[in-house]
Design a protein around this ligand. Structure first.
Ligand code: HEC
Ligand code: HEC
Ligand code: HEC
Ligand code: HEC
Ligand code: HEC
Length: 310
C-alpha cells in the first residue's frame, strides 16, 4: 500500500500526460502510411477500410494470441520471454520465412496483427499489385506460399513436419487453402475463425462410417486435415461416444497428452484411417456421436458435434 502511495504522483503525471496529447499523437499516427502503423490496433490501422476482413480476423485466435486464457496461464502472463515473439510478432516477412518473427514489445493485445503477416517496408504484401490503393498492396510470392505460416507454426508446434507427409501437401494444397477458404461475398479469403471453435469448419476434418455386427460397433474414421487430428493446439480432443439403451455410454478419447502425463499421443496421423471398436450387447442399436472438444473438461452438451448416426 505504501509503495503504491509513493508512486501516486508518478502515476498521476503519466495519466495527465496521456490525456494531454492524445489527439495530437493520434493524428500523427494516422498521418503515417498504413503499413507503418503496427503500433496502432489492427482496427485503427486497417479495419476502417477492410471491415469484412477485420470482422473475421477479430474473432480468430490470431487476434487473441496475446490475451487468451490458455496462453496467459501457460506463459505466466508472458513473463516467460521466449514465448513472446509469435504471440505478438512484428512483420514476419522482414525476418523471413526461415526464422521466428521478432517480438513486438508494444501493442501486444492485438496479437497477430494484420501487419504481422502483411507488413513490408514500403507497403502491404498481397496477391496482386494495387498501386493506387492507400495501403500500397504489392504481389508478394512469399505470402502466397504454404510456408508463410511456417515462422510461427513450425518451430514449436510441428505443423509442417506433419503437413509435409500429407496428401494435401503432395497435391499442392496450402495451409491457407483450407484455413482461409475463398469467400462468396467478396474477391478474397476468409481470415477466420477457421479452427477449433468453428463447428462447420471442424466437420471437414474427417470422413467416417459405422458398421454394426453381432456384439461390436466399429467406427472407422479418416483424417482429412493436412496434419494430425486434432491439429496442433494441445487442449483439443476428439471423442467418440457410443450409447446403447440400458448401459452407460462408452467413450474413446483421442488427444495429445498433457505435459507430464503418461499417455500416448494417439491422434490420427495425416490421411490415416483407423477403426475404433465398441463392444455392445448382441442385437443392441447403438447411437454413435463424434464430438470435438476445444477444452478438456467440457461437458458433451457443449462440444461440437461433427458426426452422428441416425
Ligand atoms: C484508407 C483505406 C485503406 C487502409 C487504411 C488500408 N487499406 Fe488495404 N486497400 C484499400 C483499397 C482501396 C484497396 C484496393 C481494393 C480493391 O481494389 O479491391 C486495398 C487493398 C488491400 C490489399 C490487396 C487486396 C486484394 O484485392 O488483393 C491488401 C492485402 C490490403 N489492402 C491490406 C491492408 C492492410 C494490412 C492494411 C492495414 C495496415 C490496409 N490494407 C489498410 C484501402 C485501405
Ligand atoms: C515460434 C512461434 C511460437 C512461440 C515461440 C511460442 N508459440 Fe505458442 N503458439 C504458437 C502458434 C502458432 C500457436 C497456435 C497453434 C498451436 O497451438 O500449435 C500457439 C498456441 C499456443 C497455445 C494454445 C493457445 C490456445 O488458444 O489454447 C499455448 C498455451 C501456447 N501457444 C503457449 C506457448 C508457450 C508457453 C510458449 C513458450 C514456451 C509459446 N507458446 C511460444 C506459436 C508460438
Ligand atoms: C496469419 C496471417 C494473416 C493475418 C494476421 C492477416 N492476413 Fe490478410 N491475408 C493473408 C494471406 C496469406 C492472404 C492471401 C491469401 C491468398 O490469396 O492466397 C491475405 C489476404 C488479404 C486480403 C486480400 C483480399 C481478401 O479479402 O482476402 C486483404 C484485403 C487482407 N488480407 C487484409 C488483412 C487485414 C485488414 C488483416 C487484419 C485485420 C489481415 N489481412 C490479417 C494473411 C493474413
Ligand atoms: C506471425 C505469426 C503467425 C503467422 C505468420 C501465422 N500464424 Fe496462425 N497462429 C499464430 C499464433 C500465435 C496462434 C495461436 C493463438 C492462440 O491460440 O494463442 C495462431 C493460431 C492459428 C490458428 C487457430 C485459429 C483459430 O481461430 O482457431 C489457425 C487455424 C492458424 N493459426 C492458421 C494459420 C495459417 C493457415 C497461417 C498461414 C496463412 C498462419 N496461421 C500464419 C501465429 C501465426
Ligand atoms: C486439407 C485441409 C487442411 C490443411 C492443408 C491444413 N489444415 Fe489445419 N486444420 C484443418 C482442419 C479441418 C482443422 C480442424 C480439426 C483439427 O483440429 O484438426 C485444422 C486444425 C488446425 C489447427 C488447430 C486450430 C484450432 O483452433 O484448434 C491449426 C493451428 C492448424 N490447423 C494449422 C495448420 C497449418 C499451419 C497448416 C499448414 C502447415 C494446416 N493447418 C494445414 C484442415 C487443414
Amino acid at each position: 500500500m505504501r509503495g503504491k502511495l509513493a508512486n501516486a504522483p508518478a502515476v498521476i503525471f503519466m495519466i495527465a500526460a496521456a490525456f494531454a496529447t492524445p489527439r495530437r499523437q493520434e493524428s500523427r499516427a494516422a498521418s503515417r502510411p498504413p503499413w507503418l502503423q503496427i503500433d496502432r490496433t489492427s482496427l485503427e490501422a486497417c479495419g476502417a477500410c477492410h471491415a469484412d476482413v477485420y470482422a473475421e480476423w477479430s474473432r480468430s485466435l490470431h487476434h487473441f494470441a496475446w490475451t487468451n486464457t490458455n496462453v496467459r496461464d501457460a506463459t505466466a502472463n508472458f513473463e516467460m520471454t521466449p514465448c513472446r515473439a509469435c504471440h505478438s510478432p512484428l512483420a514476419m516477412l522482414e525476418t523471413g520465412l526461415e526464422s521466428r518473427p521478432a517480438y513486438r514489445n508494444y501493442n501486444q493485445d492485438d496479437g497477430v496483427h494484420c501487419l504481422s503477416c502483411h507488413g513490408l517496408k514500403d507497403g502491404v504484401a498481397a496477391a496482386r499489385d494495387v498501386p493506387a490503393a492507400p495501403c500500397r498492396p504489392r504481389r508478394e510470392p512469399l505470402l502466397l506460399k504454404a510456408e508463410s505460416c511456417y515462422p510461427c507454426h513450425e518451430p514449436t508446434h510441428s505443423a509442417f513436419s506433419e503437413y509435409y507427409t500429407s496428401k494435401a501437401y503432395a497435391a499442392g494444397t496450402r495451409c491457407a487453402d483450407c484455413h482461409m477458404p475463398e469467400v462468396a461475398e467478396r474477391r478474397g479469403r476468409s481470415h477466420g475463425p477457421n479452427g477449433g471453435f468453428n463447428e462447420a469448419f471442424i466437420k471437414k476434418a474427417v470422413d467416417w462410417n459405422c458398421k454394426i455386427a453381432d456384439s461390436a460397433a466399429t467406427v472407422t474414421v479418416t483424417n482429412k486435415t493436412g496434419h494430425k487430428f486434432p491439429g496442433e493446439i494441445p487442449s483439443r480432443s476428439f471423442v467418440i461416444k457410443c450409447e446403447t439403451e440400458g448401459a452407460p455410454p462408452q467413450y474413446q478419447s483421442i488427444r495429445k497428452p498433457n505435459k507430464g502425463e503418461s499417455r500416448e499421443d494417439d491422434r490420427l496421423k495425416p490421411d490415416e484411417t483407423r477403426a475404433f471398436v465398441f463392444t455392445i450387447k448382441s442385437g443392441a442399436a447403438p447411437k454413435i456421436t463424434l464430438l470435438f472438444k476445444p477444452f478438456p473438461v467440457m461437458p458433451d452438451e457443449a462440444a461440437s458435434v461433427i458426426g452422428q448416426s441416425k
